[in-house]
Design a protein around this ligand. Structure first.
Ligand SMILES: Cc1cc2nc3c(=O)[nH]c(=O)nc-3n(C[C@H](O)[C@H](O)[C@H](O)COP(=O)(O)O)c2cc1C
Length: 330
């Protein structure tokens, strides 16, 4: 038994569950495990140091699954941007069929991917951005509510409002993202008008996620209050887990005269990578969302995806349909 939606049909997957791109985490081990479980696993393009390394990672993933998987390409403001066109070429030439784009101005990239017949899912955090993505021709959007790990945007609209607001306006299929971790969330997403869910944080606490066990235990131990929003003053709001580094950054940036230079050393991506890889939880920033409060174990991706879909079906068949009653005659 499974849940079939416009997303499962479009992506050729069994279950409407997608693993969003995650810097340093979205490697072949995780992406292939999610795809083998019947969801859609996604490699994170920029986790690979060069476009050639990405080609090799795509080959590695293909050797680990014969199911569809995607690649994420994230466009963030940067003083020295990575060679996006070359990463794009590596994705196209490797024969990848599904791409998740995220971040600013994806138009030229979307046009190139589309001209090669690639299915593009654009991830964004506002209805207006979802509509412009639809206009430039993406096949689906993932819409990230305020709960999400990483970049929730600057509007602070939680999924409970953002998802139905987007569903009212969009014609293309939509994944609900941010705060999803179990079958209840999947049913809620479908009820709000989405065609499936996209998850980040929940997939870090799985057996196959290529991060240190301390990080998995940390996510399980954290509750829903254990995140911090940083960089609001720079209009680059980022949700990360609470640790000594994010607490220090929050403290420094409380000063209205603070500038990015004041925290640059603390927030280096390379330090976050070391935290994830060595399990030294206070070495750098660890990206995670409020859904930490709903994560209580470290299952395999297969167990997780099966459980989410099975619980969603049970909720729909039993709890929801049992609530519909004929009115008692007076
Ligand atoms: C460790 C981590 C790294 C992430 N890195 C990226 C990234 O590089 N690009 C991107 O588009 N989204 C990134 N995200 C966001 C996820 O793809 C997803 O949209 C988000 O985690 C959804 O919220 P959730 O964590 O509540 O499920 C990251 C999330 C996490 C937890």
């Amino acid at each position: 038994m499974t849940l079939r939606t416009r997303i499962t049909d479009m992506l050729g997957i069994e279950h409407p569950v997608v693993q969003g791109g995650m810097m340093w985490v979205g490697r072949a081990e995780l992406a292939s495990a999610v795809s083998n479980a019947g969801g859609l696993g996604i490699l994170t393009g920029l986790t690979q140091p060069t476009p050639d390394a990405l080609r090799a990672e795509i080959d590695r993933c293909r050797a680990m699954t014969d199911k569809p998987f995607g690649v994420n390409l994230t466009f963030l403001p940067s003083v020295s941007p990575p060679p996006y066109a070359e990463y794009r070429r590596a994705i196209i030439e490797s024969g990848v069929r599904i791409v998740e784009t995220a971040g600013n101005n994806p138009q030229e990239h979307v046009e190139d991917f589309k001209s090669h017949g690639i299915v593009v899912i654009h991830k964004c955090t506002a209805v207006r951005h979802a509509l412009s993505a639809e206009r430039i021709g993406v096949d689906a959007v993932s819409i990230d509510g305020f709960e999400c790990a990483g970049h929730p945007g600057e509007d602070d609209i939680p999924g409970l409002i953002l998802i139905p607001a987007a569903a009212d306006k969009l014609r293309i299929p939509m994944l609900a993202s941010g705060g999803f971790g179990d079958g209840r969330g999947l049913v809620a997403a479908l009820a709000l008008g989405a065609d499936g869910i996209n998850m980040g944080t929940r997939f870090i606490a799985t057996r196959e996620a290529p991060v240190h066990d301390n990080v998995k235990r940390f996510i399980v131990a954290n509750d829903e209050r254990a995140t911090r929003l940083i960089f609001r003053a720079f209009r680059n709001t980022t949700r990360v887990s609470a640790n000594s580094v994010s607490n220090q950054v929050t403290e420094i940036l409380r000063d209205p005269n603070a500038v990015f230079e004041d925290v640059r050393e603390l927030v280096l991506g390379a330090k976050g990578r070391i935290a994830l890889e060595t399990g030294d939880l206070d070495h750098g920033l660890i990206t995670a969302g409020q859904v930490q409060g709903l994560i209580h174990d470290v299952p395999s991706c297969q167990e997780l995806v099966e459980r989410i879909v099975r619980d969603a079906e049970t909720i729909i068949r039993q709890r929801l349909s049992a609530a519909i009653r004929e009115p008692v005659a007076a």
